[in-house]
Design a protein. Sequence first.
Length: 306
Amino acid sequence: METERTSYWVNHLAQLESEAIFILRETAAQFEKPALLFSGGKDSIVMAHLARKAFYPARIPFPLVHVDTGHNFDETIQYRDEYAKEIGAELVIGLVQDSIDRGEVQEEKGPFASRNALQTVTLLDTIERNQYDACLGGGRRDEEKARAKERFFSHRDDFGQWDPKNQRPELWNIFNGRKHHGEHFRVFPLSNWTEMDVWQYIKAENIPLPNLYFTHQRDVVHRNGSMLAISEVVIPQTGEEVERNATVRFRTIGDMTCTGAVYSDASDMEAIIQEVATARQTERGTRADDRRSETAMEDRKKEGYF
């Protein structure tokens, strides 16, 4: 029985890998200046790993583009810099602080302020400044209902906006990358993957990850159903429950102001896989930004978000 299960995962992951590599190569073939959106999270790391396999022995033909809110975990930034250097990739960083300084966005005020939503303007500025005509993203359809509406090749208009009702059919995996001047595409090679697929692939390929994904002790504050890491931008307020040295890990990584932790003793890949298999909450269920409204993610994506 164990042999059959192992054989299933090997074949299943091989099919997903082949599909993703095909899409990565199609992106390189159809677009003049594509880029790979790299957050330092597991999905973008897997996508970069697939790109290395797709174009080996050459370097990946995409720059790694990171939109930095200035409120990222130190571990994420360290991993990002070391990874780009290791694979010899160009690293392009769009700073939300620059968008604030130029007056393009207004920073939220108050104890629960977040820069997460401000990333959209910085991302669109980075795309326009560098004239990227396609941006590879690590989004998956199982993550959230808005992302389930995306195509592999997802069209964005000349304002960077997404219209879920105006997307092109992709019958027989034939992708249409034609566009007008000023428009671009978001491309999602991992669309058909699940969180479990990602972790199984990371284990099979022995891909190193930021230590945030594994169990560790951290001071946290319980806020609006999320467990946020206490930092210079997440400050406990009167009446909030604070927990010192909580044993936690992160299922998804982003801005510290909205990325929630989960209790976990999972210290290796096998333990994480077992944990994911029994989880009753999606990985984005810990994200505070998705709870601002019922359509929070879809609204942000229509405006040009990842």
